[in-house]
Design a protein around this ligand. Structure first.
Ligand SMILES: *Cc1c(COP(=O)(O)O)cnc(C)c1O
Length: 441
């Protein structure tokens, strides 16, 4: 049979070839064969992430098996429209309770007054935030890609697609330049100033940004997609306390939960607007399965969050120190590298190319922007983080061995494929999921 999917000439050739091969194979097989193929792919993914490789990417994590079980517990296909106690469909007495438990735990863990859990992703959380604070045609100021600013805050992402114009914030170190931001804000009169990015090394000047926002009548959005774990573990300043009006996040990165988003605020007017965007605005049903999984994840943070955040930072700082000792160029080494769970390696040849080399060594990472060259928007760094390492039970004493694998993986004189089997063997000593309600250590 011929495949049904049409060719997409706008795709890169490599992608189009991958799609064509898999689509052709799917079209040529009967249903049981495709099912077997899907099972094989799921097992393959398990092997890659849970056996072969070590994940250095801070944008991913492993879930508490109790949370993962919630994803296939018959919840996700039940629509649940409206407020608890006043749902449109019948039979939601249990699901509406799950929704409340998740929101209560989110508010508790993050120390916020309002929590919106009916959010499909971190990108959508930002769209909700833009819709609650701006109208199409408005201007916002957001961190540029050179300091890890996320695409959702810019033209091609949620902000631009909603009709917002984004002015990149001026940069100092790996955050915004407060004095230059003040001048820019007075000139541009933004409706919103955003802060928080995909790589965060030191606390951002949130209180100062709030001062500037107040001067020009803007609101402040803190994007905690990556820092949420550090904040939940009380190892980082709480952005709402420092003056942010809204805080958004992804729930599958350092938080270690299901794929999804979460929005927090202390402001009743904003909470009411966000709620109306969740329903009846942008979603009708929401995913109760991921909501239950998020509730379990938040219990993990309640029980073991402080220890987890401390472990993430300690392993990140030690790993960076060991890499520096092996002459790997670590970004911001002269400033102490990082206070968070993530840091960057300088890769002038391109972060994605370095990541592709490391993949051959069974080490998973990806590129990130660094403000070191005139390559705005490009990835000239390699981002490394420890959410998954710490959750697998690695501690600081394991970092010298890991650093030597990374250094050899990056060394142009070494064939990274020779490192791969050593990484897989080394990884076998780590198992289970740590910092959970049932395994808090
Ligand atoms: C990952 C990320 C997002 C998007 O989150 P998704 O849940 O993947 O949609 C938003 N902002 C920042 C800073 C991110 O790093």
């Amino acid at each position: 049979m011929k495949r049904a999917l049409a060719a997409r000439p706008w795709l890169p050739v490599t992608s189009e070839n991958v799609v064509r091969d898999a689509a052709d194979r799917t079209a040529s097989q009967d249903a049981p064969a495709v099912l077997a193929e899907l099972d094989r792919l799921v097992a393959d993914n398990r092997r890659i992430h849970d056996a072969d490789c070590v994940n250095l990417n801070p944008a991913t994590n492993i879930m508490n098996p109790r949370a993962e079980a919630m994803l296939s517990a018959g919840l996700g296909s039940r629509p649940s429209l409206g407020y608890p106690g006043d749902k449109y469909e019948m039979g939601l007495e249990a699901i509406e309770q799950i929704e409340i438990v998740a929101a209560e735990l989110a508010a508790e863990v993050f120390g916020a007054r309002y929590a919106e859990v009916r959010v499909g992703s971190g990108a959508l959380a930002n769209l909700y935030a833009f819709m609650a604070t701006c109208a199409p045609g408005d201007t916002i100021i957001a961190p540029p890609a050179s300091i890890g600013g996320h695409i959702t805050h810019h033209g091609p992402g949620a902000a631009g697609r909603y009709g917002i114009t984004t002015i990149p914030a001026p940069v100092a170190g790996y955050t915004v330049d407060v004095d230059a931001l003040r001048a820019l804000a007075h000139e541009a009169r933004p409706k919103l100033i955003t802060i928080g990015s995909s790589l965060n090394l030191f606390p951002h000047p949130v209180a100062k940004i709030r001062e500037i926002a107040d001067e020009v009548g803007a609101l402040v959005l803190f994007d905690a997609a990556h820092l949420c774990g550090m904040i939940a573990g009380q190892a980082w300043p709480q952005p709402l306390e420092k003056g942010a009006h809204l805080m958004t996040m992804s729930t599958y990165k350092s938080l270690g939960g299901p794929a999804g988003g979460l929005i927090l605020t202390n402001e009743p007017e904003l909470a009411q607007r966000i709620e109306a965007i969740a329903y009846p605005g942008l979603t009708a049903n929401f995913d109760a399965a991921k909501t239950a999984a998020l509730a379990v994840t938040l219990l993990d943070w309640k029980v073991a969050g402080r220890a987890y955040a401390r472990a993430m930072t300690a392993t990140a700082r030690r790993l960076a120190a060991e890499l520096i000792a092996l002459d790997v160029p670590v970004y911001a080494a002269d400033q102490g590298v990082t206070l968070s769970h993530q840091f960057a390696v300088v890769t002038p040849e391109g972060g994605q190319r370095a990541a592709a080399r490391l993949r051959e060594a069974n080490l998973l990472a990806c590129g990130i922007g660094l403000p070191i060259e005139d390559v705005e928007g490009d990835t000239n760094g390699l981002r490394i983080g420890t959410p998954e390492l710490a959750r697998l039970g690695m501690t600081t004493v394991d970092m010298p061995a890991l650093a030597s694998f990374i250094a050899r993986g990056l060394d142009p004189a070494t064939d990274p494929a020779t490192v791969a089997p050593e990484v897989t063997t080394w990884r076998k000593q780590f198992s289970g999921v740590h910092f959970t309600i049932q395994n808090p250590g």
